[in-house]
Each structure stands twice: as C-alpha cells, then as structure tokens.
Design a protein around this ligand. Structure first.
Ligand code: HEC
Length: 142
C-alpha cells in the first residue's frame, strides 16, 4: 500500500536536500555577468597587465609562453568563485615574482581580464578582498 504522507514527506526532504546542495555550490551573490568591476578599474588593470603579465600571457591575453587568460580560459573557470581566481593570481603570479603586487593591483588586473573576456562593467570596483570576492561567481563567457 502507498502511504501518501510518507511519499510526500520523502519528496519534501529530497527538495530540501537539493536546495542545500545548490546553496553549497553557488554563493548567492552577483556573477561576473552582472557588472562586478568598473570601466576605470579595468583601465588601471590594463596598465598593470602590460607591465607585469603581457610578456608571458601575450598582449591580447591570447597566450604566449603561458596559457591564454581569455576565451577558453573563462570556460574552464565558469561556475567557480572569484575568490579562487583572485587567490590564484595573487598567490602565484607573476610567475617570476609571485605576490609582488598590491592587493589593489591584483583586483585591477582581474578586472582587465573580465573586460577582455567580454563581461560587462558595472558601477563599482571589483573588491581587493578574498572575503568579498567569495560571494561572487564566475558566469558563462560571452
Ligand atoms: C614569467 C611568466 C609569467 C608572468 C609574468 C605571468 N604569468 Fe601567469 N602563468 C604563467 C604560466 C607558465 C602559467 C601556467 C602555470 C601552470 O599551468 O602551472 C600561468 C598561469 C596563470 C593563470 C592560470 C591559468 C589557468 O588556465 O587557470 C592565471 C590566471 C595567470 N597566470 C594570470 C597572470 C597574471 C594576471 C599575471 C600578471 C599579474 C601573470 N599571470 C603573469 C606565466 C606567467
């Protein structure tokens, strides 16, 4: 015999579990498709990039001796946290002088990467704080 109440309870519980799983994988904050950096910031970041990154990753971010930071790069980062990307760049780049730039310069150069990747600019700067960036998700590239 079907016990309808028991079935309904199980469906309800499955729904709650699915919701929790969702909440755990995607932070409920903005994504890079909603404008998480400013135009002025990406311009500052372009100067940082030219000086500290272009020699290896190419002037247009399309690769050199190092892998591309645009195009297929964003597909592989889709759905991941901005804090993860910022942490990786800040902790390991430039490869010949890791962690040598200011936190702001790392945020600015990340804004330049987003701009070249086709993500829209917004009203405020991308924060130079892993805590604030942890609420932001990288969205699908254009
Ligand atoms: C001296 C050369 C060099 C410089 C300068 C350099 N990089 Fe890199 N970068 C590399 C190499 C090589 C890799 C690949 C490392 C690996 O796969 O372990 C890499 C990897 C990366 C990645 C990860 C790529 C991926 O597919 O996930 C990012 C992001 C990155 N670099 C950003 C930057 C930024 C931003 C700068 C400037 C602040 C910079 N790099 C400067 C050589 C460089």
């Amino acid at each position: 015999m079907w016990d309808l109440r028991s079935v309904a309870w199980k469906l309800g519980a499955a729904g709650v579990v699915a919701l929790l799983a969702c909440a755990a994988t995607s932070p409920a904050g903005p994504t890079t498709t909603t404008g998480v950096y400013s135009e002025a910031q990406s311009e500052r970041g372009a100067a940082v990039y030219a000086q500290h990154c272009a020699a290896c990753h190419g002037a247009a971010l399309t690769a050199g001796s190092a892998p591309p930071l645009t195009g297929p790069f964003w597909s592989s980062w889709n759905g991941r946290s901005m804090a993860e990307l910022y942490g990786l760049v800040r902790g390991s780049m430039p490869q010949d002088a890791p962690s040598s730039l200011s936190d702001t310069a790392y945020a600015d150069v990340t804004a330049h990467m987003l701009k070249v990747g086709g993500y829209p600019a917004g009203a405020t700067d991308l924060p130079a704080s892993a805590e604030a960036l942890a609420t932001m998700t990288i969205g699908p590239a254009r």
